[in-house]
Design a protein around this ligand. Structure first.
Ligand code: AMP
Length: 216
């Protein structure tokens, strides 16, 4: 099963991608994580991507397509994978077709502007292991400290209010057209992302046919 998690930043697609990945052993291919890692390691890609990521702009297509092509060629992607945060532009979606990468389903996560602002603004990330918490929804046991590894939690620069609203504008302008693109291919599955992570995860499993549907 090869799938795409589509939706605005902060809608929770990464959380669901992690849950699906953990249960079904399909790797989660998050271009945001790959770019942040490249920036932290100061690789050539990282140095090119840094100013775009930090200001909430999209990294140029050729850079992102390059890192995805390299990642997808690895053995662990053979049985299936989850694209998280990719594609984000029409040229990226067209690159998937050009490379003849088959996509079985596109989960389109939807939530209101207010819900997204609340989720992103409260998000805190572990500096050491990347685990994600939320000041209200998923508070760590000890404030500012990761439950999993004891690392310190921080707010990403691109999760501060002015950059969040820039990223949402970028989503509307450049990524939303993909909804129509995948609707036409008849592989788009709309997901109400305003409920809890467990409910959304269960619904995704059902709609993907991974578990039987619960009786109505
Ligand atoms: P994310 O963690 O997915 O929200 O991504 C964080 C940032 O990484 C974005 O705001 C972009 O600057 C960059 N980025 C991630 N994925 C892509 C992509 N597919 N195309 C262009 N830029 C991306």
């Amino acid at each position: 099963m090869n799938m795409i998690m589509l939706g605005p930043p902060g809608v929770g697609k990464g959380t669901i991608a992690k849950k699906i990945s953990a249960k079904y052993s399909w790797p989660q291919l998050s271009t945001g994580d790959m770019l942040r890692e490249a920036i932290a390691k100061e690789t050539e890609v990282g140095l090119k991507a840094k100013e775009f990521v930090e200001s909430g702009k999209l990294v140029p297509d050729d850079i992102v397509i390059g890192i995805v092509k390299e990642r997808i060629s690895k053995d662990d992607c053979k049985a299936g994978f989850i694209f998280d945060g990719f594609p984000r532009t029409l040229p990226q979606a067209e690159a998937i077709d050009k490379e003849e990468i088959k996509i079985d389903a596109v989960l389109d996560f939807r939530a209101s502007y207010e819900v997204i602002m609340q989720r992103l603004g409260g998000r805190r990330t572990c500096k050491k292991c990347g685990a994600i918490f939320h000041t209200k929804n998923i508070p760590p046991k000890k404030e500012g400290i990761c439950d999993q590894c004891g690392g310190s939690l921080y707010q990403r620069d691109d999760e501060k209010p002015d950059v969040i609203s820039k990223r949402l504008d970028v989503y509307d302008e450049q990524t939303k057209p993909l909804v129509n693109f995948y609707e036409k291919k008849e592989i788009l599955l709309p997901i109400n992302a305003e409920t809890t992570a467990d409910e959304i995860f269960r619904y995704c499993e059902e709609i993907l046919g991974l578990v039987p549907s619960a009786p109505q």
